[in-house]
Design a protein around this ligand. Sequence first.
Ligand code: PGA
Length: 254
Amino acid sequence: MLISTKKGITMNYMYVANWKMYLSFNESINFCLQNYDTLKKLSHNANIIICPSFVALTPIIEIFKNSTIAVGAQNCSENISGPYTGEVSAQTLTQAGVAYCIVGHNERRIHYGETSDIITQKIALLYQHAIQPIICIGETKKEYNNKTTFTVLAQQLKSIINAIQHNNNHIIIAYEPIWSIGTNIIPEQHHLQEIFIWLTELLTIHLPDNSIQLLYGGSVNPTSIKQLKNIPHINGFLIGKASTNFENFAKIIV
Ligand code: PGA
């Protein structure tokens, strides 16, 4: 399905499969091999990005090398190189052929203490290494209940905007209400409509030279997708659990 952005650019919906730590190495490879033909067909009308664990990146890049299916990482280091045991640099990712990288996911903010500063450092390094960041923002249930969603998102976006406003790179922002991640609850239609109109306006004002692509993430599944595809300004989806089951993933895309 083709959608139009505010600047009149026409693009297919983007579907980012964030496999988190759900699939093992073997399961990840088998998913790609067994569903290769169908994924390739689906990718004629959809921009599909598979984000497996670090160790599965290279074999999956190899599997999809003759297709338009892209491969993304779920994280990268905020440092260029050096004594950071267990970390993977943006340089390594780009050399491995990684095209995208998720940044600022709530699970990293919460479990690994990622701050806005760390997130902006990662974004800068990714752009320097020609990897497209997929930048996640979102509010907690408490913040939503207290009606501070816009304040929280504006705060999260402030440092992100400062980090990228001097270039004209493509920007991908994924709005993921934290209370929707893995809960099977999605926000009401009017909340999402308001958020995506607001995000489009704010980003267009602050980043006039950048092309902007907005994603929604949080409990995207074959049922919720129907409602989500009716919301203007959503250019794609970040899909966790449901993307690890091929049948569900395909139903979301079709
Ligand atoms: P979920 O996760 O689809 O399992 O809710 C989304 C995400 O965390 O990106």
